[in-house]
Design a protein around this ligand. Structure first.
Ligand SMILES: Nc1ncnc2c1ncn2[C@@H]1O[C@H](COP(=O)(O)OP(=O)(O)OP(=O)(O)O)[C@@H](O)[C@H]1O
Length: 302
């Protein structure tokens, strides 16, 4: 049987006395996009860099395409986009991508890739003079130019403008369509919802939930509206069918959960009318991945 793209079992990484990755276990299947989500400091980059062979684990087992992460034969089969750097400051954008492409047997056309990522007009610009978003796009291009079987993207769209973000998403979708396995970390829940087949949420170095975006968010719907902060919701709750819940989160944003149907909608709007409350942006929708993420990892800043 073919091994998964990435298999991580009981991974542990410590820095001095602090445990950054604390018995982490998950797999990324071949041909799928796996998104690893987690608050700042959750251990995402540590985990990905161990898979890339850049850091050593203190415990557990990691297999990449069935091999140990430092196996030399992985270099030609795995693409890596780092969060920052990796390119000499004086290297010109186009020259660098052409150079990287020469390390591979069947590379993509570097010029076409520069065009795809909006870098053609910067082809002669030295890396140090490129903007942060342009540098980021060059790193993405360098990660995929060798037609890897598996690509690791660490926060690929952080700091990108909307146009570049969409270009990156299109590229990831194409990689997936071509059968490439993708493991990406991100703080953009929308990105994970759009791109990922499998989402792994980690917190304090452990997996706290995983599944498809649809299984994580569930089929349940919510009624949401905006109104002045601090509405007393007890009376509304009394009027709603049992098993319903009403909360204000964050301030001025109201969420009603339960059997969301015509009756619940009528009860809420009748209560609003009686209370003189204008419910703005009233809508019924499924929970988002961001809701699930915040429920699992809390609102405290890390
Ligand atoms: N080289 C290092 N030396 C010491 N501590 C480190 C080192 N690298 C990471 N850490 C610590 O390990 C923990 C996990 O860091 P890591 O970069 O893996 O998190 P992350 O989930 O990628 O965070 P972010 O979302 O902020 O990028 C953090 O507490 C961080 O301070």
């Amino acid at each position: 049987m073919e091994s998964p793209a990435v298999e991580i079992l009981d991974l542990v990484k410590r820095y001095g006395g602090a445990t950054a990755v604390d018995g982490l276990t998950f797999r990324a299947e071949r041909g799928e996009v796996t998104a690893v989500l987690g608050p700042n400091g959750a251990g995402k980059t540590s985990t990905v860099e161990i898979c890339e062979g850049f850091r050593k684990a203190d415990g557990g087992v990691v297999r990449v395409l069935g091999l140990p992460p430092d196996a030399p034969e992985l270099r030609a089969r795995v693409g890596v986009m780092l969060q920052a750097g990796g390119v000499p400051p004086a290297a010109r954008c186009g020259e660098w991508l052409r150079l990287v492409s020469r390390f591979y047997a069947r590379p993509l056309d570097p010029e076409a890739l520069l065009g795809r990522l909006g870098l053609t007009e910067h082809a002669r610009t030295p890396y140090r003079r490129m903007s942060g978003g342009q540098q980021q796009r060059l790193s993405l291009a360098a990660a995929v130019v060798g037609r890897p079987e598996l690509v690791f993207l660490d926060e690929p769209t952080a700091g990108l403008d909307p146009q570049a973000r969409h270009a990156c998403w299109d590229l990831v979708a194409e990689l997936r369509a071509a059968g490439v396995s993708v493991v990406l970390t991100t703080h953009h829940m929308e990105e994970a919802e759009r791109l990922a087949d499998h989402v792994v949420i980690i917190d304090r170095g452990k997996v706290v939930a995983e599944g498809t975006p649809a299984t994580l968010t569930g089929a349940e719907r919510q009624l949401r509206f905006r109104a002045r902060p601090g509405l007393g919701l007890e009376e509304l709750l009394n009027a709603l069918p049992s098993g319903s819940a009403a909360k204000e989160s964050p301030s001025g944003h109201y969420i009603i959960e339960g059997q969301v149907g015509p009756e619940l909608l009528a009860t809420v709007t009748a209560w609003c009318a009686a209370e003189g409350v204008m419910a703005d942006d009233l809508r019924i929708e499924r929970r988002t991945l961001e809701d699930v993420f915040l429920e699992l990892t809390g609102r405290e800043l890390r």
